[in-house]
Design a protein around this ligand. Structure first.
Ligand code: PLP
Ligand code: CA
Length: 305
């Protein structure tokens, strides 16, 4: 990977590309769906890939729901045959990392929504419970710290607040305490032109407060690919990564040695890809996709007989 050609493909050329790979990894938001609406033609594209014998995996930085919820979402949006086992979220992979790589003994202090908490519990990782005695007037002197905490995990959290930041900061004073982030995403598009801050913005606050750098689990980190590969025996040379964000999905592909496809139904534009391609800085080359499609609906057109 790295230094892609940024080449527009469709029709027979796209078919040739798809025929040359065994496995396809899809990012979700901006590729498969936008919020609660499927990208037009996406269910058909996934169905045809599977019909042609491809294994299809979903790799999302969205940590807000447990993977079972995503399986339901796929089915609700018209994807007929996506199972929980094929979905890799940054929350699921963070829990797997704590259990299998860090082999955490002790507890994790988690900043995050239901998805993060549920995946940690499902993985059998011990999570510090919220203190129900804590009211709005509890001071940072009164809030109890759990002596068994050995890791802090930060993800998207709509109930993020000063007290959580302060506690996490105290835990991270211990240099042995791990500091993990589900994903580095800065913001996400919402309906009506609104945006929401992403996990990366919350992680940045804690990085500043602790003078430490978090280990990122989600894209563009290689760990997410290793997590899938450990379960499904993937070969980078035979895998295709399809995403909509150059700084996470395409860089992830480059980091893992995958052929990359940018789809224009999400965050990044052809102009931004071209800008990275034209840049003098060698490190920007990893943001350049090998190929560009308008939408993954183009896959169907390329695959139909
Ligand atoms: N995290 C949150 C909270 C989101 O809302 C989104 C997209 O909606 C994402 C991450 C990005 O998800 P993906 O990696 O599937 O694009
Ligand atoms: Ca995306």
């Amino acid at each position: 990977g790295g230094g892609g050609g940024c080449r527009r493909v469709r029709g027979p050329e796209l078919r040739e590309l798809l025929d040359s790979k065994r496995d396809v990894l899809f990012d979700c938001d901006g590729v498969i769906w936008n919020g609660e609406a499927a990208v037009a033609g996406a269910p058909e594209a996934v169905r045809l890939l599977k019909q042609r014998g491809k294994r299809v995996f979903f790799v999302t930085n969205n940590c807000t729901r447990p993977r079972g919820n995503y399986a339901h979402k796929f089915s609700r949006l018209g994807f007929s045959d996506v199972s929980e086992e094929d979905i890799f979220s940054s929350a699921y992979c963070s829990a797997a990392y704590l259990r299998d790589v860090a082999r955490l003994s002790g507890k994790v202090f988690a900043i995050g929504c239901q998805g993060v908490l549920q995946e940690l519990r499902d993985a059998g990782v011990d999570v510090v419970a919220e203190d129900s005695a804590e009211g709005p007037d509890t001071s940072i002197y009164d809030c109890p710290l759990d002596p068994d905490v050995r890791a802090v995990l930060v993800g998207y959290d709509e109930k993020f607040n000063f007290m959580k930041l302060a506690k996490a900061c105290c835990y991270l004073r211990d240099s042995e305490c791990l500091f993990l982030a589900t994903d580095p995403d800065p913001w996400h598009p919402l309906r009506g032109g609104r945006v929401t801050p992403g996990s990366g913005s919350l992680t940045a606050a804690l990085e500043t407060a602790s003078s430490r750098k978090a280990t990122v689990i989600g894209k563009p980190s290689r760990f997410m690919f290793e997590c899938i590969a450990s379960q499904f025996d993937l070969d980078p040379a035979q895998s295709l990564m399809v995403g909509d964000r150059l700084e996470t999905d395409i860089l992830f592909g480059a980091n893992c040695g995958l052929c990359t496809v940018l789809t224009l139904t999400g965050v990044s534009t052809m102009e931004q890809a071209q800008e990275y391609k034209d840049s003098e800085a060698p490190e920007k080359k990893d943001f350049v996709p090998d190929y560009v499609v308008e939408s993954i609906a183009d896959f169907s057109e390329a695959l139909e007989d």
